[in-house]
Design a protein around this ligand. Structure first.
Ligand code: ADP
Ligand code: MG
Length: 374
């Protein structure tokens, strides 16, 4: 078991810090959050991932106490939160960087909450210094927010949110205001800060790559429900539905029906592909019933000659996009459908030199794809 998995198991061996039981929120006719059951464990970095309007912010606002559930129960650190005011909860919500006090220095911004808690001057000093060190802003204490970059402001906001030692920090699209490159750098910093602080983070994002980078576990949301919960890798490799397969990363999806079944394989007949797909395991489901088959672009090989692979379809390269360290090919298969294939560019000079209009064989093994409900 790798280190990350072991660390997660350790966290999950404790009592959950958040328990949601049948939590529902309705706004008039709209059900924003629909019967969510969810346990989050101390020290976890949990990401709520979903498209716009899927209910992520509403769920976060119910945890913080700014919104009241229509139904269900929220328990934080063993205490039922019904009737508990936001400021009485062991929870802090991180707002975006513009919520910093513009006229105050970085030091005073971070110290603000601590001063209101009536710590001594020396204690405030020591704690702010520690927090600024954690977010790597030791030398910026005297600056004002407008003298900082976007990423630095974000880190001040984070230090300030952590200052009051919440058990739980809620972050709604925390990196949304940053441009792509800064965003990616800040993601790694956020993970580091979360680990060092030991505080449980619940981060809302609509960006699947961000969720993959940040999370111990991801809860994928669709129309107010959590449709799958898991570690990033498991969600990517074993999506439970077409929705999740399609939402997380890129995928080729085919409509199929269950055909011949052998001892250690199943044949799927695909109308889309005008052929069949071999799957290296049994499938629960009656022969003839409908399923979907999902295969990721990077699991497919392209060759000029047949490889006699478990699954092989010929076609013509219709488009190539060179993305630097990898290339994306769109192959028009003989059945007429398009197959997305990506290949890592390991060598400076690609020996196969596949290009537009080349005739190719696209192949993959019988364990490379996933069979999903149709
Ligand atoms: P997300 O954060 O995933 O984009 P939200 O939680 O903001 O989604 O919204 C979920 C659904 O609830 C949307 O349909 C939204 O329009 C609705 N909604 C959210 N807040 C309110 C509100 N205060 N009043 C009415 N409808 C709301
Ligand atoms: Mg939102």
């Amino acid at each position: 078991m790798d280190k990350a998995k072991e660390a997660l198991r350790q966290k999950q061996s404790q009592a959950p810090i958040i328990q949601l039981k049948g939590v529902t929120k309705r706004f008039g006719a709209v059900t924003a959050v629909d019967h969510i059951d969810l346990d989050i464990y101390p020290g976890e970095l949990f990401c709520l991932l979903g498209g716009s309007g899927s209910g992520k912010s509403t769920l976060l606002r119910m945890l913080s106490g700014f919104e009241t559930p229509s139904e269900g129960q929220i328990i934080i650190d063993g205490v039922d939160m019904a009737g508990v005011e936001p400021y009485e909860r062991p929870v802090n919500m991180m707002f975006q960087s513009y919520a910093l006090f513009p006229h105050m220095t970085v030091f005073d911004n971070v110290a603000y909450g601590l001063r209101r808690m009536k710590f001594s001057k020396a204690e405030v000093h020591a704690q702010v210094a520690e927090l600024l060190h954690m977010v790597q802003l030791d030398d910026y204490a005297k600056r004002k927010p407008h003298q900082l970059s976007g990423g630095q402001r974000q880190r001040v906001a984070l230090a300030r949110a952590l200052a009051r030692r919440p058990k739980l920090l809620l972050l709604d699209e925390p990196l949304g205001a940053l441009d792509k490159k800064l965003r990616e750098e800040t993601q790694f910093e956020l993970v580091k800060i979360q680990e060092q602080s030991g505080v449980t983070f619940v981060v809302v994002t609509h960006d699947q790559e961000e969720a993959m980078t940040l999370a111990d576990r991801i809860g994928v949301m669709d129309r107010g429900r959590i449709v799958q919960i898991g570690e990033p890798r498991d969600i990517y490799e074993y999506p439970g539905s077409r929705f999740v397969a399609d939402f997380i990363g890129s995928v080729n999806l085919f409509d199929c029906s269950i055909g011949e079944e052998g001892e250690d394989f199943t044949i799927l007949d695909s109308e889309d592909l005008k052929g069949s797909i071999r799957v290296g395991h049994g499938i629960s489901g009656a022969p003839g019933s409908d399923v979907s088959y999902a295969i990721r672009p990077e699991k497919i090989a392209l060759n000029r000659d047949s490889e006699n692979a478990d699954n092989e379809f010929s076609g013509i390269i219709e488009d190539v996009a060179y993305m630097g360290n990898w290339s994306l090919y769109r192959v028009r298969l003989d059945c007429g459908c398009i197959l997305k294939v990506s290949q890592a560019n390991l060598k400076r000079q690609d020996q196969t030199n596949l290009t537009w209009d080349d005739r190719v064989f696209a192949s993959w093994s019988d364990t490379a794809g996933v069979v999903l409900p149709s």
